[in-house]
Write a protein of this length. Structure first.
Lengths: 107, 107
DNA sequence: CAATATACATCGCCTGTCAAGGTATATTTT
DNA sequence: AAAATATACCTTGACAGGCGATGTATATTG
């Protein structure tokens, strides 16, 4: 069973930031990695992913640059900023609290 | 810090069903109880709550009846159905899976 | 007697998701 | 060589859930 978008909603940005904490990456790859990490249970649809990138960039949480691929399709890489790292910590904290609260409510 | 509605989204119906598993209740009370259970960290706004009630009723997960208050404002009570109990179990299962997946992604 | 609490309900906006569509390059299959 | 698939990017418009604002009515409290 895969996780509904309504449940994932609100975590999209944190998920992306978390991934960029490890290494710079690009859309297609991030998408694949997220699916792999969760045995295909989580999938961020492309449109969702790209609109999240826009928001994150607008917020100053990520920066973007074009890769220097000589073969294959061009890649737009994303890298997390200092502000992004701080924002991630807040997301993490929020997740811990939300988890506890929902656990409490669904007991 | 209170939990954002985007994180709560997708759990609203499960939270309500969970509450009705304990006892029949009415909107205002359910709202208060949810806040109390989570030290005011989760609040379902009235409009959110009532629209969730509509969906749950439509889905056949809850039934509704008017209380027989002789004093005070009238109360519309909600009670969970057998189908609702089954739906709740599915929500619970989904929550466990989502929790694991998000934990994995935010590691 | 004004304010606050209890209790229900609706309207319309906002925001994140995503189906559908598009572009371009490289590889694999038929 | 042509078709199919995979890699990689992006946009548009519709949809659904949350919720601010607003309205109704009754009871209590200062």
């Amino acid at each position: 069973m895969s996780i509904t978008s309504d449940i994932l909603r609100g975590h999209t940005e944190a998920i992306i930031l978390s991934h960029l904490l490890e290494t710079d990456s690009y859309g297609y790859q991030i998408n694949k990695d997220i699916m792999k990490k969760t045995d295909n249970r989580c999938e961020l649809k492309e449109a969702t992913l790209y609109s999240a990138f826009r928001r994150l960039e607008q917020a100053g949480y990520i920066r973007t640059y074009w890769g220097d691929e000589t073969v294959g399709a061009r890649r737009r890489y994303y890298s997390i900023t200092e502000e992004g790292r701080r924002a991630y910590q807040v997301y993490r904290q929020e997740w811990e609290e939300a988890k506890a609260a929902i656990d409490q409510l669904l007991k």
